[in-house]
Ligand binder design. Structure first.
Ligand code: WTA
Length: 635
């Protein structure tokens, strides 16, 4: 059970007052007038207050005499390193903010960032925040088509990218992807290109549109008259002004631009980063291994740690380059004290063998975090024992792109943990498991819902105001619907059971099954496709596609299967590539024509089918079962 410590009690007595206290830890230009205005489903937090996120992440630490503290120990995949102090970061952010102003970017304008995990990514994010522009980061593993869709949806005026990034020993083209994304597509004023991989990749610069980052900063680019000033006056942003958009996958074929605003978001990411990791900013070396292209990287590799003046590691590449002990060499080299990563990484390291971590001194580690997908007890125990040496608390943190910050997690040293359970809602958060009718479940399974507004909650879906209420608030009256199934045990502990909708979670990456289906349906040979996420011992879930071919498009060959896999990678990105393509003459549907994905998932996992009385033609399933077994036997 939870130790009955003050923080839970205080927050439960007065959640709104609790959040006001947390907001007081930030620097405000002008204090707020109201803490919370709540007109379900619309919340305004700290309204009337003004602040700037970059000032809270940088200026105030430098002003307090901590300019020499390291903000980022950067390590590139090839082994190059850079040490960036808070003073350095403030200068870089101010200079780039002035460059953006020089390119015509103004308050409320959107800027798309398509960058590898290099210091220029947080610099560009904070530079946007400084001038009140809205960043829309696009994960650098997304393909040109997915990038175009996000640039268009955000209406971005400027794109910041790099020539490429290092991934598994190879230079991965990014600028070329931007060129493809913009070809005949969204009109942007400027593309800024960081030189990362240099001669490893050819880059074509479009005159009048494209600029090199380093030339702009040296003042060598004709667009800017000389080097930009190292001082940039921060915009005074309203608490409810947009800080960023981040696209995520839902249950439609279009990604949703989740809107996050300034005051509430920063309040809650800073609080949770301190509380959940028991942060000691003077001595900790913190490493969030998530890519900044996802929400975890936004909240816990950039805004949370910087708002708290923490020292972080930023690592560019993959875990097995040049060898499978890369992470542990990073932990040892920088003396990492707090590690935050996804269960897929943990399970992968388990499979690689204990001798990789055993070859390194990991005694600096103090707290271990897990995020992004359910963690199985076996992986939890391995993480605690082999990586944490039995002395580090494990914090399994549940949250979403939409929630902005961690909502459910133990507090180290306070909450008694159980391997595989996310334990309890954090102070100030109302979480409840309910049944189909919205009735609370005391013990048993149901849907995880949120009963109260929280400061970092999404404020809407960019450009689709009507979908906000429908998607999150209409399903169970008066509650936020998370889309996750959960179990409450006899002692009130929460156990996450995975998504209950068509969202998949592959290696901790959130992917829409419907988006992959619509990509497959774009292929000339495909008549219809159904995509399901099936359980996978390492990546949590894996993508399996069931495809029926158009008549006349030839036989279902292995080569066509590979072609379809490549087609999806090309349209969306490698993370969406189906692990298996199963061809079938028909898909199981209800009499009203809805594809029964539940049945397909059971078939793919070799489980009993459950209730199939609503199937229009049960014999279809038999055929698919045979094909699925054959596919499973393939190497
Ligand atoms: C899943 C990632 C179990 C969940 C921060 C959620 C988790 C989705 C956990 C959001 C966890 C995240 N245990 N499942 N600790 N954390 N999830 O938006 O299904 O990329 O709905 O945010 O990941 O994914 P997203």
């Amino acid at each position: 059970m939870v130790a009955d410590t003050g923080i839970y009690v205080r927050a439960a007595d007065d959640p709104v007052g609790f959040w006001a206290e947390q907001a007081g830890a930030l620097d405000w230009f002008r204090p707020w007038e109201t803490v919370l205005e709540w007109d379900l489903p619309f919340a305004r937090w700290f309204d009337g207050g003004t602040l700037n996120a970059s000032v809270n992440c940088l200026d105030r630490h430098v002003a307090a005499g901590r300019g020499d503290r390291v903000a980022f120990h950067f390590e590139g995949e090839p082994g190059d390193t850079r040490t960036v102090t808070y003073a350095d970061l403030l200068t870089e952010v101010s200079r780039f903010a002035n460059v953006l102003l020089g390119l015509g970017v103004r308050r409320e304008d959107r800027v798309a960032l398509y960058l590898p995990m290099i210091p220029e990514l947080p610099v560009a994010m904070l530079a946007c925040a400084r001038i009140g522009a809205v960043h829309a980061v696009v994960f650098s593993g997304f393909s040109p088509g997915a990038l175009r869709e996000r640039i268009e949806d955000a209406g971005a005026r400027v794109v910041v990218t790099a020539d490429g990034g290092w991934h598994g020993g190879e230079a991965v083209a990014l600028k070329a992807n931007v060129d493809q994304a913009l070809a005949g597509g969204p009109p942007v004023d400027a593309v800024v290109v960081v030189r990362r991989v240099g001669r490893a990749l050819p880059v074509v610069m479009v005159a009048g549109r494209d600029h090199w980052w380093d030339e702009l900063l040296r003042g060598d680019d004709p667009m800017v008259g000389g080097p930009p000033s190292e001082v940039c006056e921060p915009e005074r942003m309203g608490s409810e002004d947009l800080l960023f958009l981040l696209h995520t996958s839902g249950t439609t074929d279009r990604p949703k631009g989740i809107m996050h605003t300034t005051g509430g978001y920063l309040t809650q990411v800073a609080f949770t980063h301190r509380a959940v990791f028991d942060l000691r900013p003077d001595t900790d070396v913190y490493w969030c291994a998530a890519d900044i292209g996802w929400i975890t990287g936004h909240s816990y590799a950039v805004y949370g740690p910087l708002a708290n003046g923490a020292t972080s590691v930023l690592y560019e590449g993959v875990a097995d380059h040049p060898a499978r002990d890369r992470w542990w060499s990073v932990v040892e080299r920088y003396g990492v004290t707090i590690l935050y990563c996804a269960p897929t990484a943990i399970r992968t390291f388990m499979a690689w063998g204990d001798h990789f971590p055993a070859g390194h001194d990991l005694s600096s580690l103090r707290v271990l975090g897990s995020v992004g997908e359910p963690i199985n007890p076996e992986a939890w125990l391995w993480y605690a024992g082999v990586i944490g040496g039995g002395r580090c608390p494990v914090v399994d943190t549940w949250w979403q792109t939409e929630t902005g910050a961690i909502l459910v997690s133990p507090l180290p040293g306070v909450t008694t943990t159980k391997p595989g359970s996310v334990t309890f809602a954090l102070p100030g958060i109302g979480a409840e498991v309910v049944d189909d009718h919205g009735r609370p479940v005391d013990v048993g399974n149901g849907y995880l819902t949120l009963t109260r507004p929280w400061p970092a909650m999404l404020r809407g879906i960019y450009g689709q105001p009507e979908h906000y209420r429908q998607t999150y608030w209409d399903r169970l009256e008066g509650r936020y619907f998370t889309g996750d199934g959960a179990r409450v045990d006899e002692e009130g502990y929460l156990w996450l059971l995975g998504r209950v909708d068509d969202v998949m979670n592959v290696a901790g990456h959130r992917i829409s099954g419907i988006e992959i289906e619509s990509s497959l349906a774009d292929h000339p040979s495909v008549a219809e496709a159904a995509v399901v996420g099936v359980s996978d011992p390492t990546s949590g879930q894996a993508v399996v596609a069931f495809v029926t071919l158009r008549s006349g498009s030839g036989p279902p060959t292995e080569a066509l299967g590979v072609e379809l896999q490549d087609h999806v990678s090309g349209q969306i990105g490698a993370i969406a590539r189906p692990r298996t393509v199963i061809f079938t003459d028909e898909l199981p549907t209800t009499r009203s024509g809805t594809i029964m994905r539940r049945v397909l998932r059971a078939v793919a996992e070799g489980r009993p089918l459950g209730d199939t009385t609503t199937l229009s033609d049960p014999s279809v399933v038999e055929e698919i079962r045979v094909r699925a077994r054959a596919a499973a036997r393939e190497p």
